[in-house]
Design a protein around this ligand. Structure first.
Ligand code: UDP
Length: 467
């Protein structure tokens, strides 16, 4: 059986963004540990920023092997047109698709087993078509919650009426989900900030029938009803998460686009248990100057030690966020600002008391299943829905509220201070901590139980398809 697996070659292809790379790479490691030859692929421009991966080129994991190979979308990282999202997505769908097809085809010419199975993530729906054209079985790894899958699916198939920007009082009710207000719905469907991304997101539902299953980085105990409902009306949904707990992630090659500062772990070692607030807004969000001012003032007012991730954008869009004058001096000895950190290890550290997060699905999953209470500060896309789930459905934190200040909506310093207090010491703090512990334990049960079984069934499916 093991020798059969090493002759089977699974190719994973990821949209070139950190929040997509991480879950795909975790699944790649997991499948390699089962004995397969696994190739992880994304665009060359982002692939080259994944320094650990490019340096490693390939590594043994268990009985299997994980290797990295990238394809070109024909533009360099500093190509000025990249700033035009629509033009870049088109480039990815045309030139990128062609060079990805060539990558698949050249595997056997390079002396490796030809590709037996492709796993793509939703933002590269064209990979499913490439797989169908080449007669290769394809599965999708959905990298957001099943709730968000349901919302997009209902929208795309016109199974529910969604509000437009003039209908902010309207709520939507979908099977098994809490009632969604305007601000809880992914804003691609309401305000539509990036039309090209909305098209990519929705187009994935057009060729779903070409995939043999939809894997999801969630777990049965968390989204059981939604998984059941969506499996009945769309494709079979197979929960296999939380993937970062299913793989021994810390011990093998990481896919970071930025260099993670390990020093922050030593700094955390020097802090009292349950005392530090961890702050990160993921890989894409950047906050306005006004918002950074309010956030840093609120943080100092709260007197809470902090670890804050402030990254420089990886490509030529935007610049490094500037902290307000005097902040570094005032914050001396109270906290640490880093460009990037090993987030899973930070969240597992006993010094961390809560996570002020933008609620990307990976961050949501990582904190929920690490038992860390949340201060939710969603900005766009599915983050709105994730915040709703974390706060209202799972009961693990509080959501910061924006108010109008000088004509713009910001979270004020008082609100920042209030939320830190509420989640760490307020009347509901104990209940929030209890809920957080409950989800951590449920995730551990899933990793050893339902998600583990589902991964084994998926592996069996691949083996069966190849006789
Ligand atoms: N992350 C990390 N170090 C950091 C900040 C983030 O390793 O300093 C990882 C985090 O663990 C998560 C991913 O980057 O896996 C961000 O994905 P998410 O879905 O939360 O947000 P996105 O970047 O897609 O907005």
């Amino acid at each position: 059986m093991e020798s059969k697996k090493s002759n089977l070659h699974v190719l994973l292809v990821s949209f070139p963004a950190q929040g997509h790379i991480n879950p795909l790479l975790r699944l790649a490691k997991c499948l390699a540990s089962k004995g397969f030859l696994v190739t992880f692929s994304t665009t060359e421009t982002i692939g080259h920023l994944m320094k650990e991966a490019t340096n490693a080129k390939s590594c043994k994991i268990g009985h299997g092997e994980l290797r990295f190979e990238f394809f070109s979308e024909g533009w360099e990282i500093n190509e000025p047109q990249r700033a035009n999202l629509g033009a870049w997505i088109h480039q990815l769908e045309t030139v990128g698709r062609e060079s990805f097809t060539a990558l698949v085809n050249r595997q056997s010419q390079m002396g490796r087993p030809s590709v037996s199975c492709i796993i793509n993530n939703p933002f590269v729906p064209w990979a499913t078509d490439v797989a169908a054209e080449l007669g290769i079985p394809c599965a999708v790894l959905w990298v957001q919650s099943c709730a968000v899958y349901s919302i997009y699916y209902h929208f795309q198939h016109q199974l529910a009426t969604f509000p437009n920007p003039d209908q902010r009082d309207m709520t939507i009710n979908l099977p098994s989900l809490p009632s969604q207000e305007f601000d809880d719905i992914p804003d691609f469907l309401t305000l539509n900030p990036y039309d090209s991304l909305r098209k990519v997101i929705l187009s994935q539902f057009e060729n779903l029938d070409k995939s043999f299953c939809v894997l999801v980085d969630s777990f049965e105990e968390l989204e059981r009803e939604t998984i059941e409902v969506m499996s009945r009306i769309s494709a079979p949904i197979i929960p296999i998460g939380p993937l970062f707990k299913s793989t021994n992630d810390a011990s093998s090659v990481r896919g970071d686009i930025w260099k993670a500062t390990d020093d922050c772990l030593q700094w955390l070692d020097s802090q009292s248990p349950n005392s530090v607030i961890y702050i990160s807004f993921g890989s894409v969000v950047s906050l306005s100057k006004e918002q950074l001012e309010e956030l840093s003032a609120g943080l100092l007012k709260s007197g809470t030690p902090f670890l804050w991730v402030l990254k420089t954008p990886p490509i030529n869009v935007g610049s490094k966020p500037e902290l307000p004058d005097g902040f570094k001096e005032e914050a001396e000895g109270k906290g640490m600002v880093v460009e990037w950190c090993p987030q899973e290890q930070v969240l597992a550290h006993s010094a961390v008391s809560c996570f002020l997060t933008h609620c990307g699905w990976n961050s949501s999953m990582e904190c929920l299943t690490s038992g860390v209470p949340v201060i939710a500060f969603p900005q766009w896309g599915d983050q709105n829905t994730n915040a709703k789930l974390l706060i209202d459905a799972y009961g693990v934190g509080v959501r910061m509220k924006k108010t109008q200040k000088d004509g713009t909506a910001v979270v004020t310093r008082d609100e920042v201070e209030r939320c830190i207090f509420e989640v760490t010491k307020g009347a509901r703090a104990e209940e929030i901590k209890k809920n957080a512990r409950k989800w951590k334990e449920a995730a551990e049960v899933a990793v050893a139980g339902s998600s583990h079984r589902n991964i084994e069934l998926f592996v069996a499916d691949i083996l069966r398809m190849h006789g």
